[in-house]
Design a binder for this molecule. Structure first.
Ligand code: AHR
Length: 320
């Protein structure tokens, strides 16, 4: 009896210690203010989930704010995190410019800022500690290289329509640039039309409908800056009586499960990977920053590319 009781008490003590481990020896729980862009895509939903679950796992107190795709909401959220004196601020900037003032306010309050997923364009890189996320330029290049290879035996013109991401956002700017950099080597590639679909399915569909209305017969290729817009565009293509991935070659970015499903149905040719699973990396950096340890200024996510031919084999391994 006695020894059973002792074991139970020891067990309970060990459990208490294990749960409170990160707070042991008078350490205070870290508070992280995170301003998310919104919920515009399957990618974003997976990213939010990754951040929330990683914070829980790491024992970090997460203050989460959804900006609903509006920069002013992000600025407000960051100001509120400063007022609440959080330990670290992290955010995924909806657009590249216009954040300098609020970043200076965070710096003056001595609150370190971590950029995740998207970058800001600033000459003063002391305004943030690190930027972790994908290389969007390289994603655009991968999309371009895939197309060049696919069309290598095609002698005629290749007419492309492009669905851009949110105007002024880092992925929209860089994915366009990287893609153009590669295809410009051969004059047969022509971008017929290029317009924003704001990274959403609904907009992707609407803009593709407009492209098809004016140029249905000419379009050979659709390059979409994310899978959601490509999926919306696939609906528009089918409704116009055309066969996606056959009459119009479709290239997109993210490699979310929805894209794999479209590839397995033979409706999408290829998706370039952009991983949203940044949560664990972010929590690791938050802890290092609070502990005063150095973190690299740029942490690049490693990513692949998935053509439809490998979709069924890869699908069971996909985590988002
Ligand atoms: O910033 C990453 C991009 O934002 C993803 O490619 C897109 O799907 C998301 O909304």
């Amino acid at each position: 009896m006695q020894s059973n009781r002792r074991t139970a008490i020891q067990g309970a003590a060990a459990l208490t210690l294990a749960v409170t481990m990160p707070l042991a020896f008078g350490q205070k729980k870290i508070t992280l203010g995170f301003s998310q862009i919104g919920a515009e895509s399957e990618w974003r939903t997976a990213n939010t989930e990754s951040v929330k679950s990683a914070a829980k796992e790491a024992g970090i107190d997460l203050k989460f704010a959804d900006a609903q795709q509006k920069q002013e909401n992000q600025i407000k959220a960051i100001r509120s995190f400063i007022a609440q004196k959080v330990d670290v601020i992290a955010f995924s900037p909806v657009v590249e410019t216009g954040f300098e003032t609020v970043l200076k306010e965070a710096k003056a309050a001595k609150i370190p800022v971590i950029l995740t997923d998207r970058a800001v364009s600033t000459k003063d890189d002391s305004l943030y500690v690190t930027f972790m996320g994908s290389d969007f330029l390289e994603e655009g290049r991968k999309a371009g290289r895939w197309l060049v290879e696919k069309m290598k035996d095609n002698k005629g013109e290749v007419n492309i329509v492009e669905l851009q991401g949110t105007v002024g956002s880092a992925p929209a700017i860089d994915r366009k640039k990287g893609f153009e950099e590669v295809i410009k080597a051969d004059p047969k590639f022509k971008i017929l039309r290029s317009q924003t679909g704001d990274f959403t399915r609904a907009k992707g569909k609407e803009v593709m409908q407009a492209f098809l209305k004016s140029d249905a017969k000419k379009i050979n290729v659709l390059y979409a800056h994310n899978d959601d817009m490509a999926i919306g565009a696939i609906q528009a293509i089918e409704e116009a009586g055309l066969k996606p991935a056959k009459d119009i070659i479709i290239i997109s970015i993210d490699a979310v499960k929805g894209a794999f499903e479209a590839m397995m149905q033979g409706k999408l040719n290829v998706s370039v990977e952009c991983s949203p699973l940044l949560g664990p990396q972010l929590m690791k950096a938050v802890k290092e920053v609070v502990a005063g340890k150095p973190v690299p200024k740029r942490i690049v996510t490693e990513e692949g590319i998935f053509p439809m031919e490998v979709a069924a084999k890869e699908f069971p391994k996909r985590k988002y």
